[in-house]
Structures are given as structure tokens and as C-alpha cells.
Design a protein around this ligand. Structure first.
Ligand code: IMP
Ligand code: MG
Length: 193
């Protein structure tokens, strides 16, 4: 709720550690416009084949929320949580399933909803894991793909934006669990020393 004394601008990040937040990489309006396009494409492609949207937590929670509302079809939503071993900003490709799906995939049209594809190792592992459960089809919708970083061949049916290979935050993406609630995608500047 806004109170009469609250005069902060609504379009600017307003978090205490704002100096870590760099340039806008994808604005809120560009995100929303592109998600509407992705939703329309998915709606057309999946007519008569209700999709099961599988979100990869935590990063994809916000994208899943907006994308699912942009798909004008009967659909279901489920989530998986994975954690990849590696440093804070680099994956090793070894993935641990922290939360598995609740539903059976046999004969389902599964659409994996991912926040960002960097090396592609996480997604590649997930695709193999999900395919073993015999879905009728398996496709991927990734909001962001980092240009030139993929270390494995991936078939990405839907991509929101291709971005430079820098670390980004916001719109579900974090650094050490922070900044997920920013409404746009920002460059991460690193802690001020
Ligand atoms: P990949 O296995 O290298 O493709 O990494 C994929 C996962 O690493 C994503 O699903 C994110 O959770 C995380 N990740 C990769 N790049 C970024 C980034 O720039 N910001 C935040 N998280 C990222
Ligand atoms: Mg992710």
C-alpha cells in the first residue's frame, strides 16, 4: 500500500544496495512485450495439445507467472528445483534435483520454462532427465540466452532475448538470493568495495 508520504519513483530500483545494480539490459516494458509474443506463439503452436509448463526454480518463478498468463489455452503448471554445483557465478553442469515434479509426464506436452541459458549444461541435464519420463513432446522456452556461451548443442524452441555474456540480475535472477524482485533485467556490478 502506498501512503501519502511515499514519493519514491516506481520505475527505478529502490533497494539498499543499489550500487550493485548496473545498466538495464532488458527493460520491464520490453520483457512484457516479448512475453506477450511468446505467449501468442505458444498458444498457436499448442492448440489442441494442452501444455504442461515446467518451471525451473527459483529463477524462472517470475517468468512463469507472466508467461503462463500470456498463454490462452488450458494448461498446467509444475515446478522443479535444481541446484548446480559450482561457484556462485559459474555452473559445473552437475545438477542435483532439489524438488522433483508432482505430476506424471507420460504422454504430456511438456514445455520447460527457464530463466537463462548460460553454458546450457543445466538445461541439457534436465532435458535428458525429463525425456526419460516419456513425455509426448518436450520443448524449451528460455527467457534469456547468453550469446556464445553454450558448451552443448541445445534445441531451444522459444527464446525471449539473446544477451551479452555478462552476469545479470532481476526478474527472478539472483546473486546470492538477492535482486530477484527487480522488475527488469540489470547488469550486475558486483559489491562495492
Ligand atoms: P548454465 O547451466 O550454465 O546454462 O546455467 C544456468 C543457470 O545458472 C540458470 O538457470 C541460472 O540459475 C544460473 N545463471 C546463469 N547465468 C546467470 C546470470 O547471469 N544471472 C543469474 N543467474 C545465472
Ligand atoms: Mg535457472
Amino acid at each position: 500500500m502506498t501512503t501519502p508520504g511515499d514519493t519514491r519513483p516506481t520505475d527505478a530500483p529502490r533497494l539498499e544496495d543499489g550500487e550493485e545494480i548496473g545498466d538495464v539490459i532488458v527493460s520491464e516494458s520490453d520483457l512484457q512485450r516479448r512475453i506477450a509474443e511468446l505467449g501468442a506463439a505458444i498458444t498457436a503452436d499448442y492448440a489442441g495439445r494442452p501444455p504442461l509448463l515446467v518451471g525451473v526454480l527459483k529463477g524462472a518463478f517470475m517468468f512463469m507467472s507472466d508467461l503462463s498468463r500470456a498463454i490462452a489455452l488450458p494448461s498446467e503448471v509444475d515446478f522443479m528445483a535444481v541446484s548446480s554445483y559450482g561457484s556462485a557465478t559459474r555452473t559445473s553442469g552437475v545438477v542435483r534435483i532439489v524438488k522433483d515434479l508432482d505430476v506424471d509426464l507420460v504422454d504430456r506436452h511438456v514445455l520447460v520454462v527457464e530463466d537463462i541459458v548460460d553454458s546450457g549444461l543445466t538445461l541439457s541435464y534436465l532435458q535428458r532427465y525429463l525425456l526419460a519420463r516419456q513425455p509426448a513432446s518436450l520443448e524449451v522456452c528460455a527467457l534469456l540466452v547468453k550469446e556464445g556461451q553454450q558448451r552443448t548443442a541445445l534445441d531451444l524452441r522459444y527464446v525471449g532475448f539473446t544477451i551479452p555474456a555478462d552476469f545479470v540480475i532481476g526478474y527472478g535472477l539472483d546473486v546470492a538470493e538477492r535482486y530477484r524482485n527487480l522488475p527488469a533485467i540489470y547488469d550486475y556490478r558486483g559489491p562495492k568495495s
